[in-house]
Design a protein around this ligand. Structure first.
Ligand code: NAD
Length: 481
């Protein structure tokens, strides 16, 4: 069990009120850490630290700040295995996933934004009699709020571009997954980043997180989390005209056309449904299958699911770990019960697995497939964020597009077809920020990431992030005659 502190003004300190939150490993229910239960006072202190350091940080060149990002990436890489282990303990996700996805991306995010920042070009618009120079200035103090499903992966995705564009940062990770945010603070401390440039404040969302959003001197909020929380964040930030980015929930469609190569792609389709126990905002939790291949698809899909090993997250062979908490497990179960009431048939899973030893009481749930539901049902349209998918049949493409677009969400979709031109034409009709054709979660970090409708506002990724984390200023200089 470790005691975690806030990191404010270059020091690891307790919350000012001395209150704490217990942090558990959801696979074993063991208490693994105590974290500060910070209040508005801690946010005020972090803002003061940012104010004291922001002008010297902003004065560095972008190349100098990129050097800092590389130092952070190097040190994170030295602690790669520790990141993976902490992430697995904190979230219950399989260690192999924590290595291949979480630890890998956390290092890469710093490297990627360092390289990209170095590639930024001058933007100029020449007139007959004047030159316009568009420059990217730091926004000031950036408040970064992140969820529990990909803890350091998502935090580093915000910290790296925020820092490289010259902002000071106050990060508020999920109270359920504080471990790797703390590791990042240690790394930043060890590489010697000037104090006050990066601050980390732990605590509950409705107190510490809310205070971060409400502080008038925090100029920008980058929030990733649930849609309901996003609404509260937007409502608080809007009257202060803060720059805001909201990456919210999803209920993504996986559209399988009649010519799809099911045999080759089945493992990827299963992965899109159940990666991280279905706790990825991009997971395809509504599978729409052409009626002519429905039976053969279902056979392959269930066969592939049945090979996934549920078990100890620290076991190298485990494919499905535990959910984030018992509370979340109960929410997932309640949706399975709802599905039954809505007329759905559970054809695999639908219950807690029988596991032995130290994980016997963990928050595990079997991968679950539900058929026979109306595509407008609550189960098929609300975000469950667990290992639960619904399958629906369609008979023509317009039908599939209408079903895909029928939820309030609009994050991502995938389309599986041998006719990629047709796939692209369908993609254009989907109300989502992202569409994959014959792949899923195939990420190029330069592309815009984000959703429409209730899935969010704004885009992160590549130059879109660098622009979001900076303020554009146009300087028009009249030519002397
Ligand atoms: P959540 O909204 O409960 O919490 C997210 C963060 O917001 C946490 O740090 C929490 O403490 C904080 N928070 C809560 N109330 C707050 C408030 N009033 N003011 C400020 N901060 C507050 O989400 P979660 O359960 O941690 O994460 C799961 C959700 O995140 C899912 O809906 C998932 O789809 C979404 N998500 C979206 C993306 C994306 O990129 N679109 C990525 C990952 C997760």
């Amino acid at each position: 069990m470790i005691v975690i502190n806030n990191y404010v003004n270059g020091e690891f300190i307790e919350s000012t009120n001395g209150c704490t939150i217990d942090n558990f490993n959801p696979a074993t229910n063991e208490k693994i850490a105590i974290i500060p239960q910070s209040s508005a006072k801690d946010i005020i202190n972090a803002v003061d630290a940012c104010k004291a350091s922001k002008s010297s940080w902003a004065k560095l060149t972008i190349h100098e700040r990129a050097e800092w990002l590389d130092k952070i990436a190097d040190e994170l890489n030295n602690r790669f295995e520790e990141i993976a282990t902490l992430e697995s303990l904190d979230t219950g996700k399989p260690i192999s996933l924590a290595r291949n996805v979480d630890a890998t991306r956390s290092v890469n995010n710093f490297r990627f934004f360092a390289d990209l920042a170095r590639k930024m070009k001058k933007t100029q618009f020449e007139m007959n009699d004047a030159m316009n120079n568009v420059i990217n200035k730091p926004v000031g103090i950036a408040g970064l709020i992140t969820p529990w499903n990909l803890p350091l992966y998502l935090l580093s995705w915000k910290v790296a571009p925020a820092l490289v564009m010259g902002n000071c940062v106050i990060a508020k990770p999920s109270e359920l997954t504080p471990m790797t945010a703390n590791l990042l603070a240690e790394v930043i401390h060890n590489v010697g980043l000037p104090k006050g440039v990066f601050n980390l404040v732990h605590g509950y969302g409705n107190s510490c997180g809310q205070a971060l959003v409400e502080h008038p001197d925090i100029n920008l909020i980058s929030f990733t989390g649930g849609t309901a929380t996003g609404k509260i964040v937007a409502k608080s930030a809007a009257p202060m005209f803060k720059k805001i980015s909201l990456e919210l929930g999803g209920k993504n469609a996986t559209i399988i056309l009649d010519d799809a190569d099911i045999i080759s792609n089945i493992d990827n389709i299963v992965k899109s449904a159940f990666l991280n126990q279905g706790q990825v905002c991009l997971c395809g939790s509504r599978i729409l299958v052409h009626e002519s291949i429905y039976n053969s698809f279902l056979k392959q899909f269930l066969k592939s699911i049945s090979t996934m090993k549920i078990g100890d997250p620290l076991d190298e062979n485990t494919k499905l770990g535990s959910l984030i908490s018992n509370e979340h497990l109960e929410k997932v179960e309640s949706y399975v019960n709802l599905a039954k009431n809505e007329g759905g048939e559970i054809i695999i899973g639908g219950k807690r697995p029988n596991l032995n030893g130290k994980i016997s009481e963990g928050a595990f749930f079997e991968p679950t497939v539900i058929v026979g539901l109306n595509h407008n049902s609550r189960t098929a349209t609300e975000e469950i964020f667990g290992p639960v998918v619904t399958i629906h049949q369609f008979n023509d493409i317009e039908d599939a597009i209408n079903i895909a677009n029928c939820t309030k969400y609009g994050l991502a979709a995938s389309i599986w077809t041998e006719d990629t031109k047709l796939g692209e034409s369908i993609a254009k009709k989907l109300d989502t920020g992202m569409v994959w054709i014959n792949c899923w979660l195939h990420r190029d970090l330069r592309v815009p990431f984000g959703g429409v409708k209730s899935s969010g506002v704004g885009r992160e990724g590549g130059f879109y992030s660098l622009e979001f984390f900076s303020e554009l200023q146009n300087i028009c200089t009249f030519f002397n005659s």
